[in-house]
Design a binder for this molecule. Structure first.
Ligand SMILES: *[C@@H]1O[C@H](CO)[C@@H](O)[C@H](O)[C@H]1NC(C)=O
Ligand SMILES: *[C@@H]1O[C@H](CO)[C@@H](O)[C@H](O)[C@H]1NC(C)=O
Ligand SMILES: *[C@@H]1O[C@H](CO)[C@@H](O)[C@H](O)[C@H]1NC(C)=O
Ligand SMILES: *[C@@H]1O[C@H](CO)[C@@H](O)[C@H](O)[C@H]1NC(C)=O
Ligand SMILES: *[C@@H]1O[C@H](CO)[C@@H](O)[C@H](O)[C@H]1NC(C)=O
Ligand SMILES: *[C@@H]1O[C@H](CO)[C@@H](O)[C@H](O)[C@H]1NC(C)=O
Length: 395
């Protein structure tokens, strides 16, 4: 009884796609923020970090940026340290490895490749989650529509190289990593993606959307279309995420404590995961359990830099921003409530339209009833259809 059932499950799960795990060595550098804090180690230090981080009307990133005198600055600039708009920077360079999964339809590579960047709390399995026989897999839906996909563990997370969680694992170095990964695909340097794709699309979720936003602003020609999921440009609600997440040091989380050093933090229980990613009535409780069991941490350096990449984009291709109606970090639980922006746009997602002055097409879609973790909820059916229909019309 048992064995045939498993075979059947496997057959159903892999029938339509062919996937391969790969390791991509990269050599990158970036100007990272220079912060004068130690990695928070204990539960009390981590909670203090979040209390400082979430304080209303204050900029914690600014307050932990090293202050140096102009003379010291000149001395340091020779050593790779520089200042810009109040933030001190230090150039970080190194050799790293990215863990990635390439998938294509059984019939062969698609014309277009979608590069998928996950957000805080997860790893690349966010895009192809095995729970309930891959019912929630975005990759399966994309493969069904003839795309190839490349998902990667963000630098610092999962099976990609980890690093110093304050000075090294910041959005700036992760943007450099995504740039290098994309360039290697375009140059045919990655073994299983030697195929010349006609189009490259970048999709992100949450922090992965922030990386995608920044990448395509800095290098507009790198992508043919972008999809920013679980995203807005309203920065006022990040404190809800910081305090609602029930973040604890990884040393207190058995599944993570041997893999990460102090300065990485993750929701300690399913309550934090629930508050930040799942909306009432939109999820299977067993999915919440599965997401918690496989959840991944964030480096504090990522949290300190997520808001530091600018608010306008030079990207000239099609742009879809798609976010759950009840998203906590980007909408404060209601994307239709425009009080915070004084009604300057029809909703908090549509507000991004003015940031994309050069986009060939801009679409802001709200997923009715969904929370921040779009791929893990019942509404993912709506989300995936909206994304793939958008790409079909505009890519
Ligand atoms: C890729 O690696 C993940 C673990 O990181 C594993 O769960 C998955 O089965 C692997 N996939 C393939 C196609 O080997
Ligand atoms: C990485 O780049 C640096 C220069 O930025 C170079 O000195 C080094 O040899 C490179 N390493 C590899 C493995 O390519
Ligand atoms: C939080 O801020 C206080 C000052 O208000 C500072 O003394 C403390 O070191 C900070 N703690 C962390 C973990 O950032
Ligand atoms: C906070 O300060 C940092 C560093 O100066 C800056 O990059 C960031 O944009 C600021 N955040 C906000 C919301 O003003
Ligand atoms: C919020 O806006 C979305 C998209 O316009 C809509 O589908 C949803 O019904 C709205 N929700 C409420 C409560 O008005
Ligand atoms: C955005 O896409 C949705 C389909 O997901 C469509 O219904 C809507 O009309 C589009 N909005 C604009 C402004 O094109």
């Amino acid at each position: 009884m048992f064995k045939p059932a498993i075979l059947l499950t496997l057959a159903a799960a892999v029938a339509a796609k062919y996937c391969q795990n790969i390791t991509v060595p990269i050599n990158i550098s970036a100007r990272n923020g220079l912060f004068n804090i130690d990695p928070p180690r204990t539960e009390i230090e981590v909670t203090n970090f979040f209390l400082n981080f979430s304080k209303e009307n204050s900029n914690y990133t600014q307050s932990v940026t090293d202050g140096v005198s102009p003379m010291e600055e000149r001395r340091q600039s020779a050593a790779g340290v520089s200042a810009d708009a109040g933030m001190q920077y230090k150039t970080i360079k190194g050799d790293y490895q990215l863990a990635a999964t390439y998938c294509e339809p059984d019939s062969g590579p698609g014309d277009a490749l979608q590069i998928l960047t996950h957000g805080v709390g997860f790893d690349r399995s966010y895009w192809d989650f095995p729970f309930d026989n891959y019912k929630y897999s975005y990759v399966n839906k994309a493969i069904d529509r003839g795309y190839s996909t490349l998902s990667w563990d963000r630098l610092g997370i999962g099976h990609s190289s980890h690093g110093d969680p304050v000075s090294e694992i910041q959005i700036f170095l992760e943007i450099a990593a995504l740039k290098k990964l994309t360039q290697q695909v375009k140059d045919g340097e990655i073994r299983c993606t030697k195929h010349k794709f006609k189009k490259i699309v970048h999709l992100g979720h949450s922090f992965g959307s922030a990386i995608t936003f920044a990448l395509t602003n800095m290098y507009p020609a790198i992508s043919d279309a972008i999809v920013l999921t679980g995203f807005s440009q309203v920065s006022s609600f990040i404190g809800l995420f910081a305090l609602g997440g029930n973040f604890a040091p990884v040393r207190e989380i058995p599944a993570l404590k041997d893999q990460y050093v102090d300065g990485y933090v993750a929701p300690k229980t399913s309550i934090g995961m629930h508050i930040n990613f799942f909306s009432p009535g939109d999820f299977d409780p067993r999915m919440l359990e599965a997401a918690t069991a496989t959840g991944q941490p964030a480096a504090v350096g990522e949290l300190l830099t997520v808001g530091s990449t600018g608010s306008t984009s030079e990207f000239g291709g099609p742009v879809l921003v798609i976010t759950g109606e009840r998203d906590v970090p980007f909408c404060g639980g209601d994307c239709n409530n425009t009080m915070i922006i004084h009604g300057s746009a029809p909703n908090l997602i549509e507000m991004s339209k003015i940031s994309f002055k050069k986009a060939s097409v801009f679409n802001a879609t709200i997923v009715p009833g969904a929370g921040h973790g779009l791929n893990f909820q019942y509404s993912s059916v709506f989300t995936y259809k909206a994304i793939l229909d958008f790409l079909k019309s505009h890519l």
